[in-house]
Write a protein that binds this ligand. Structure first.
Ligand code: NAD
Length: 485
């Protein structure tokens, strides 16, 4: 049980402005594992005020890029030393299988710190361009005070994808974690304090939707970086639109895995365990629509059913577990309501269905479920369920498969599975998503990540992700002095 009674505001632990508390409940045991103060609008005001002061003072925003890189390097080293603890903490608070926490939840943020340090080191902070009328200086400056709002499913991942570029750009930042996952944010706060980032530059204030919206509306915040649901993203974008505030959005997905007839089925099934079901299906990039040709449809359904039936469901702290609990009772109920909806829509449950998994009688578990006989227009094929529920959709030919993959409100990720890498590449070029994989799905932090259509606005990672935290300024230098020889 971890109990906090202070909030991390501007680099120091301070008394919160209200008595409200967040109780963190283990999705596995349903017992309380942590208590933290719930941030209020007044706490956000305090965090934004210190962020603004620190930004305007220039202590970080005008520091040499090399100084900022050195401080972020200290943070990366401290982070590296605590990765095991951080992974266990995330598993405890939100139920991610420990193997996923150790493989992705925690090493990934550390890799992001390192990758963004490289981008910042190579960035042309002030370049002289040969202009139309003579030389012109093009300068990069930090965008200002950043509000970062993150979800519970990959809490450190989505925090660091904003914190690392914001810090290296010279911004001050207020992070608002989800109420489900405040504990990992508090561990990060300790590391930030140890790393010696100047006072005022970073605040981490957990809270709910209203507190998040207060941060979005705050007139002293220059940019919002958001990861979460498409519904919340629309609200945030409209507020930022009214205020003409910079905003980047990483939103939901309903990605498709296209299985071509020449795919090695055994290897594909192994790959889909991760690409479609990582983090117990609570992943924005999960490829939950499985597209199989009519010729091999029955074979694919059988293979997928056997694969999912064999996956181990249970205690997320057990390294053998492949599917853990849902983050909260509300999420368990949501997934179960979609399983019931799929049956009402006429789809056929081939494995899973509603009810607790065998041998489990507490915790927010669902049975991993595969639906066959699914039409892409069904709600279970169009809406993001955010749990271990896969739908298998038949296609006629490759053109039909591409059309079905693209017939979605979303455009975040996708894969194609084939023995022919060139055909895979052809398909990759035609599916309208921000990332794609051939016979595997991975993110590379040197390359942009983000969504087409309702999956988002803007990109994270790589120089493209760094650019969101910079403003560009053009300075015309003084004309050559007539006295100079
Ligand atoms: P959510 O939108 O309910 O909440 C996300 C965060 O936004 C939380 O911190 C929440 O408190 C806050 N929030 C909610 N409404 C807000 C508002 N109107 N104004 C300001 N803040 C608000 O999403 P969730 O259930 O926590 O997370 C799951 C969603 O996140 C899924 O849709 C998933 O696809 C998406 N996601 C996307 C990515 C990506 O990179 N594209 C990554 C992870 C998760």
């Amino acid at each position: 049980m971890r109990a906090y009674d202070q909030l991390f505001i501007g680099g120091t632990w301070v008394k919160p402005k209200s008595d409200a508390k967040i109780e963190v409940v283990s999705p596995h045991t349903e017992e309380i594992v942590g208590v933290v103060p719930e941030g209020s609008a007044a706490d956000i005001d305090a965090a934004v005020a210190v962020a603004r002061r620190s930004f305007d003072s220039g202590i970080w925003s005008l520091a040499q890029p090399s100084e900022r890189i050195a401080a972020v390097k200290r943070l990366a080293d401290l982070y590296a030393a605590r990765m095991g603890e951080m992974a266990a903490l995330i598993t405890e608070e939100m139920g991610s299988p420990i193997t996923f926490s150790q493989l992705a939840q925690v090493p990934a943020p550390w890799m992001m710190l390192n990758q963004f340090m490289k981008v910042a080191a190579e960035h042309p902070w002030e370049e002289i361009r040969a202009g139309v009328l003579g030389p012109v200086i093009v300068r990069s400056e930090p965008v200002g005070v950043v509000g970062a709002i993150v979800p519970w499913n990959v809490p450190q991942f989505t925090t660091m994808s904003k914190l690392a570029p914001a810090l290296l750009a010279g911004c001050s930042i207020v992070v608002k974690p989800s109420p489900e996952t405040p504990l990992d944010g508090n561990l990060l706060a300790k590391l930030i304090a140890e790393a010696g980032i100047p006072d005022g530059v970073v605040s981490i204030v957990p809270g709910g939707r209203e507190v998040g919206e207060h941060l979005v509306r705050h007139p002293e915040v220059d940019k919002i970086a958001f990861t979460g649901s498409t519904a919340a993203g629309r609200t945030i974008a409209s507020i930022c639109g009214q205020q003409l505030k910079a905003v980047s959005l990483e939103l939901g997905g309903k990605s498709a895995a296209i299985l071509l007839d020449d795919a090695d089925l055994a290897a594909t099934m192994q790959g889909l365990k991760s690409a479609s079901l990582l983090n117990s299906g609570q992943g924005c990039i999960c490829q939950t629509r499985i597209l199989a040709s009519r010729r091999r449809y029955a074979e694919v359904v059988d293979a997928l059913a056997a694969t999912v039936r064999a996956m181990k469901v249970g205690d997320p702290a057990d390294p053998a577990t492949e599917i853990g609990p849902m983050v909260a009772r509300r999420q368990q109920e949501r997934v179960e309501s979609y399983i019931a909806l799929g049956q009402q829509e006429g789809a056929r449950v081939v494995v899973g269905g509603n009810g607790m998994p065998d041998g489990i009688d507490r915790g927010w578990y669902v049975r991993p479920t595969v639906f066959a006989d699914v039409d892409n227009s069904m709600r279970i094929a169009q809406e993001e369920i955010f749990g271990p529920v896969l739908v298998v959709i038949p296609y006629e030919d490759e053109a039909d498969a591409i059309a079905i993959a693209n017939a979605s409100e979303y455009g975040l990720a996708g894969t194609v599975w084939t023995a022919d890498a060139d055909r895979g590449m052809e398909i990759a070029r035609r599916v309208r998503t921000g990332t794609y994989g051939i016979n595997r799905y991975m993110m590379d932090f040197a390359a942009p990540f983000g969504g087409y259509k309702s999956s988002g606005l803007g990109r994270e990672f790589g120089p493209e992700g760094f650019a969101h935290y910079l403003e560009k300024k053009s300075i015309v230098p003084a004309p050559p002095s007539p006295n100079r020889r």
